[in-house]
Design a protein around this ligand. Structure first.
Ligand SMILES: Cc1ncc(COP(=O)(O)O)c(C=O)c1O
Ligand SMILES: N[C@@H](CCOP(=O)(O)O)C(=O)O
Length: 431
């Protein structure tokens, strides 16, 4: 697999380089030079394929010769070892549950695949790999679990103080070992900006072997294509056509992966990005002006992103042409009030308890409803991660998984950090 930077198409680097130097110095993002096509034969037989078979096919066609197929098979089987059910709410509406991994959010696909890819590509003589992560809530927890105890790695997670849920905070801060958590007096966008600045800091780069576990890293995006293809297979098994995906969106890595699968030839009729009031992309598609703004705190906290990293990748996939994008992607945004209505309605109508992010996607699915389509909205996290959001009648019905109960007994180990890069740099240099 060869990759270019969205800011420099003449650059051609290897998959390994892109994984370990996740953020190009020109501040673009890496994209595949050639997008492989899913074969007609594979699509014809897709209903017979398991998630792992689909994952292997997608990963090997994207990564190519950089990892031999048998090794990739082992990686895929070890990383993607949980269920991804497509639950039918009614004839034309399904919900794809992506939260059955260890951290209870869709981030487990990216984090688990990436940790294994990094271990595989690392050399035992290499310097410790310092992995920096900015999180608005879920990425950090998944990356912490994905890398906990992995030899030769150290993870530093930056999260915004007071803006993640209690369970997310426990997942981020109680790990110890090779995982450090920094509680930043700022927003997710501030955390993300500090991490990106670190990748461009000469002193830090000479001292440490830095890489990112955010979705700016191409190794995060590849495994997120798997579940779109698998959802398509499950829908086809049920004789569904005209598939529309509705994706709750913040940093746009999730929908970015879906669009990559689409460009690989996955027959999808339309994509819908659903956001909370952090509506930079819906506003862009409406008005044609891309105006990132400071993030606003909402009930769907993991989507509180004012300047979504992956939008440049999506622009790149559509030749930076807004008309092309509008043909394939629609976008809607919702307030917290709407989100609560969505949560209640999903329960009243279908006895389905959704996390706030998923409820935002449900609302967009309703807005864009067409009875000729089969609409799949993505359920990105387990509702227990946001227990304080629910009214009492629903709260009591949410099952708390064992791994969450265990977190309560653990001590938080976070360090406080002011919202400025020099303090972050000092922390890295002195710890
Ligand atoms: C539960 C949940 N839903 C949706 C999103 C948004 O996904 P993305 O940032 O890839 O757009 C996130 C954060 O990534 C999340 O944790
Ligand atoms: N919503 C994310 C924000 C970081 O996104 P990423 O996909 O770029 O890692 C989170 O939960 O942290």
């Amino acid at each position: 697999m060869k990759l270019y930077s969205t800011n420099n198409k003449s650059l051609k680097i290897s998959f390994k380089e892109a994984v370990f130097n996740s953020f190009p110095t020109d501040k673009g993002l890496y994209m595949p030079v050639k997008i492989p096509q899913i074969s007609e034969e594979f699509l014809q037989n897709i209903t017979k394929c398991s998630l792992q078979e689909i994952a292997l096919e997608a990963a090997s066609s994207l990564i190519g010769e950089d990892i031999p197929k048998q090794d990739l098979k082992n990686i895929v089987e070890d990383a993607i070892n949980f269920e991804v059910p497509l639950v039918s709410l009614y004839d034309q509406l399904g919900v794809l549950e992506l939260f059955h991994g260890p951290s209870l959010a869709f981030k487990d696909f990216g984090a688990r695949f990436m940790s294994r890819i990094m271990s595989y590509l690392s050399n035992s003589k290499d310097k410790t790999l310092d992995i920096l992560v900015a999180t608005s809530g879920d990425t950090g927890g998944a990356v912490a679990l994905g890398f906990l105890g992995v030899k030769g790695t150290r993870v530093t997670i930056l999260y915004p103080k007071g803006k993640v849920s209690e369970i997310q905070k426990q997942q981020l801060t109680t790990n110890g070992q090779n995982i450090r958590a920094l509680e930043v007096e700022g927003t997710f966008d501030d955390c993300q900006a500090m991490v990106k600045e670190a990748f461009n800091d000469a002193e830090l780069n000479s001292r440490f072997r830095l890489t990112s576990a955010n979705s700016i890293n191409i190794a995060r995006l590849i495994p997120q294509t798997f579940y779109y293809i698998y959802a398509y297979a499950q829908a086809k098994r049920n004789n569904k056509n005209n598939i529309v995906f509705v994706v709750p969106s913040g940093n746009f890595g999730n929908i970015g992966a879906g669009l990559l699968a689409y460009k690989m030839g996955l027959p999808v009729k339309h994509f819908i990005a659903a956001t909370n009031v952090n509506d930079t992309v819906p506003q862009y598609l409406k008005k044609g002006l891309y105006t990132p703004k400071p993030s606003i705190q909402t009930l769907s906290n993991a989507m509180d992103v004012g300047n979504p990293s992956n939008w440049v990748r999506i622009m790149d996939l559509f030749d930076n042409n807004i008309e092309n994008i509008r043909k394939t992607i629609s976008a809607y945004s919702y307030t917290d009030e709407d989100t609560l209505i969505g949560i209640n309605e999903l329960y009243e109508k279908y006895k389905y308890i959704a996390c706030p992010h998923t409820a935002v996607a449900y609302l967009a699915a309703k807005n864009h409803f067409n009875p000729l389509n089969y609409t799949i909205f993505l359920s990105t996290a387990h509702p227990c991660k946001f227990i304080d959001v629910y009214p009492k009648n629903l709260k009591d019905k949410i099952e708390i998984p064992e791994q969450v109960k265990q977190l309560e007994k653990k001590k938080s180990l976070a360090h406080s950090l002011k919202n400025n890069f020099s303090d972050f740099k000092d922390f890295l240099l002195s710890n």
